[in-house]
Ligand binder design. Structure first.
Ligand code: DX5
Ligand code: ZN
Length: 250
């Protein structure tokens, strides 16, 4: 089975022979859209509204909001008020990544601010009942996601796979943008892809940290369909070109 990147779209095709890049919704079972989710952590906050409009125009699919509390991770970013501001400046889905303790306590505020998906951490240090938090997110009409740090094994998320819409595989230790991608995390992406194939689930498999054109290609090859990227988009001169490159389009 070979995967080919379509030359002028955000889709790739799986085929047995040499295919003709026949991109059509009729093939939706074998064609998967690559979702690009720019992380605004790397944006210029002095003109955040412009940055969001710019990245939307450049072809972003989701906007990724990194929430850090200075406890679960060694950094502080922003809270629901900024997510609310982002919501007012885009129609794109807002993908909120909570790197905080007691996520269950804060989930309703992020839903009120306009989150479409909320991803929480599985580690014990996140200090919440993971199953209950995921149910609370879904019950509020939001897509639940679960994530794991580089040091956390795939086994720790396995019991929750049936109850989530997004598995976010951290490819750096969370807390800061601009770190180097850890290729050994691809093992977890493959495990998620194998589970998804076996169960025919609709799970989105996301990677987050150090994603650029090269590491995006590797991640997609291993089964990821969502690319979270901060530095490689917001530090580029041409956001549209950076997003196309992440999708594997030259
Ligand atoms: C890391 C965050 C990431 C980060 C990605 O803690 O979860 O979303 O902003 O940034 P880059 O793409 O710069 O690694
Ligand atoms: Zn993130």
């Amino acid at each position: 089975m070979k995967r080919h990147f379509a030359p002028s779209s955000s889709y790739y095709v799986e085929c047995c022979n040499c295919c003709h890049y026949a991109i059509t919704p009729l093939f939706h079972d074998s064609v998967q859209k690559i979702i690009v989710a720019p992380s605004i952590l790397a944006a210029d906050f002095s003109r955040l509204a412009d940055e969001i409009r710019h990245v939307e125009k450049a072809g972003a699919d989701w906007i990724h909001c990194d929430i850090m509390d200075g406890h679960f991770v060694d950094n502080i970013s922003f809270g629901p008020a900024i997510v609310d501001l982002v919501r007012k400046n885009t129609k794109l889905p807002l993908d909120v990544h909570l790197m905080i303790e007691h996520a269950d306590h804060y989930v309703p505020r992020f839903i009120k601010a306009g989150a479409n998906s909320i991803t929480v951490h599985v580690e014990r240090e996140a200090k919440h009942d993971v199953g209950k938090t995921l149910s609370a997110i879904r019950d509020a009409g939001c897509r639940p996601g679960l994530t794991l740090n580089p040091a956390t094994s795939f086994e720790s998320v396995a019991p929750f796979l049936d109850n989530i819409d997004i598995l976010l595989v951290m490819t750096v230790h969370p807390g800061f943008g601009g770190q180097s991608f850890r290729p050994e995390m691809m093992e977890k992406v493959k495990r998620a892809r194998d589970w998804k194939t076996k169960t025919n689930a609709k799970l989105d498999i996301a990677v987050d940290g150090g994603i650029n054109a090269d590491t995006a290609r590797l991640s997609i090859q291993n089964g990821a369909n969502v690319l979270v990227a901060g530095t490689s988009i917001f530090q580029s001169k041409d956001y549209a070109e950076a997003i196309r490159e992440l999708r594997g389009i030259k």
